[in-house]
Design a protein around this ligand. Sequence first.
Ligand SMILES: Nc1ncnc2c1ncn2[C@@H]1O[C@H](COP(=O)(O)OP(=O)(O)OP(=O)(O)O)[C@@H](O)[C@H]1O
Ligand SMILES: [Mg+2]
Length: 233
Amino acid sequence: MDLRGVDVRFGRVHALSGITLRIAPGERVALVGANGSGKSTLLRVLHGLVPASAGTCITALPHQQAMLFQRPHMLRTSAQNNVVLGLWLRGSRWGAARKTALAALQRVGLESIAQQNARTLSGGQQQRVALARAWALQPDVLLLDEPTSSLDPHAKREVERMMADFANAHAEQGRAQPVTMLFSSHNLGQVKRLASRVIYLEHGQLVADLPVHDFFNGPLPEAARLFVKGELV
Ligand SMILES: Nc1ncnc2c1ncn2[C@@H]1O[C@H](COP(=O)(O)OP(=O)(O)OP(=O)(O)O)[C@@H](O)[C@H]1O
Ligand SMILES: [Mg+2]
């Protein structure tokens, strides 16, 4: 994925300004920054949901990507059907999709509520269904917007384990390219555990882009340093 000088404007709001970055296959990139700094917008641009107002944006083909939204959208049908529909829309047969969907729900520990109307699930359960929906698609690029923000500590660990597994399983499946993962997070412990690279955004600008070790141990631009210090206390 390759972004050059990407701006995104919503009316008078400059959500992103002059973003230039290249992400190689297999990278695990964390997006961090304060509320409103542009993390969700950057993920949306990468997923082709928001057009760049300026600059160029080259991404993977849409069917090779899956995105988990900050507020997952559930259709008014069973949890299993929510996952099945995602697969069916990408051309899977209904019967095969049902099996894959159930396996994906098992992965996130929700097989017992597979038949429950997804709209009646708790926020954390819905987030896990959404993760199952993204995981079931076996994308080359997985974009996750605050994937664990509404989960309890146990579920948070489980989802983190899934994210790590997902990257490894993909490699084991002998795919041509390792999975690329981009996730936004306010949880710096999670960033340390999962990311290989950290991008820090401030007011829509890319202020730091560093290997994870350097982000936490090296010198940082002042704003990023204060952010890390503030988030860690
Ligand atoms: N559809 C939209 N219309 C107008 N303004 C928008 C829209 N989407 C985002 N913005 C604005 O763009 C800026 C960046 O928002 P964004 O959601 O990308 O931030 P974020 O880093 O994801 O924040 P958070 O940590 O709260 O999720 C904010 O000022 C926001 O109000
Ligand atoms: Mg956001």
